[in-house]
Ligand binder design. Sequence first.
Ligand SMILES: NC(=O)c1ccc[n+]([C@@H]2O[C@H](COP(=O)([O-])OP(=O)(O)OC[C@H]3O[C@@H](n4cnc5c(N)ncnc54)[C@H](OP(=O)(O)O)[C@@H]3O)[C@@H](O)[C@H]2O)c1
Length: 306
Amino acid sequence: MDVESRKVIVIAGGTGGIGRHIVDGIVAAKKYTVKVFSRQDPSSLVDMTVKGVIVVKVDYSDRDLLVKELQGVHTVIVTLISLDDSCVQAQINLLNAALKAKVKRIAPSEWTGQHDENTVIELYRRLKVPVREKIKAAGIEYTVFMIGLLMDYFASPQTASKSIGSLVIGVDFSKCVASITGSGDEPFCLTRADDVGKFVAAALELDKWNENSGIVGSRTTWNEIIKLGEKIRGTKFHVQYTCADEAARLIDTMTDNVLEKLIQQVYLGIVRGEFDFEATLNNICPEIKPTTIEQFLMESWADYKG
Ligand SMILES: NC(=O)c1ccc[n+]([C@@H]2O[C@H](COP(=O)([O-])OP(=O)(O)OC[C@H]3O[C@@H](n4cnc5c(N)ncnc54)[C@H](OP(=O)(O)O)[C@@H]3O)[C@@H](O)[C@H]2O)c1
């Protein structure tokens, strides 16, 4: 396909942790013109421009600029951080500009499980659900990409991705310890960031998007992950379990550390099934074989000399 007739895909926040993997997935497909919206100067993002990505410096409060930059764009994929209200407004401004510019479809910054207005995760209730509702009400085609937990975190304190930092979640494979909310038998999904990029690129080929697109590397449980860790590290893990009611009570006493509270609520969300969903996009794209948690843990920990 000649470059002029390629569909233009915008990744807003494509400079970030998940965003970079999605940009790479779409660039690798070699079928699209990829534009990244960033608040940074393009000259500071040479690593992206050398790959052929067009970096557009935007101010998410400048609606006229957003409308101008979205002219002729087919799809907008949003991967902005969602830790405070500024990103809700940035997404709503993007949505309004997309409607004005007649963009065909949009994917909000979800990239997690299936969370409705009753989700136990406060930040998602405040920052993700309202954006999704606005998009639904606007009548534009959209999808909510669900990925579960990022598998990449399970290499922590090592890093498995250049753009995703180390964050020990639930199990510390370096110390052979785990701290689990619930029984450890509740199923949840997790996906490697590179695979998220591949699936999103494949989703761009679909004529019509479903409201939800489930991407799953593995559907597993904490107890299965611990068992794999014990096999790979060759030692029994020390595991501490906290029941869901006690975890909820502890969360109520937490005030200041936003990230720590988010993680504790994610654990509770797992117990309540919020990270367990159908692999709908895998089913549509069976040619993509995502990394499983067993493959990922072998890759990360089999040769670990800690
Ligand atoms: N399922 C999981 O395990 C998991 C893990 C991590 C994240 N997530 C989700 O993935 C999405 C992206 O998260 P991330 O960790 O990849 O984000 P991130 O790297 O922290 O940020 C993504 C981009 O957002 C832009 N940004 C930051 N603050 C902003 C602001 N105040 N206004 C406008 N733009 C801002 C930045 O781009 P510029 O500086 O270039 O403008 C940044 O590169 C979020 O929805 C998050 O909830 C899911």
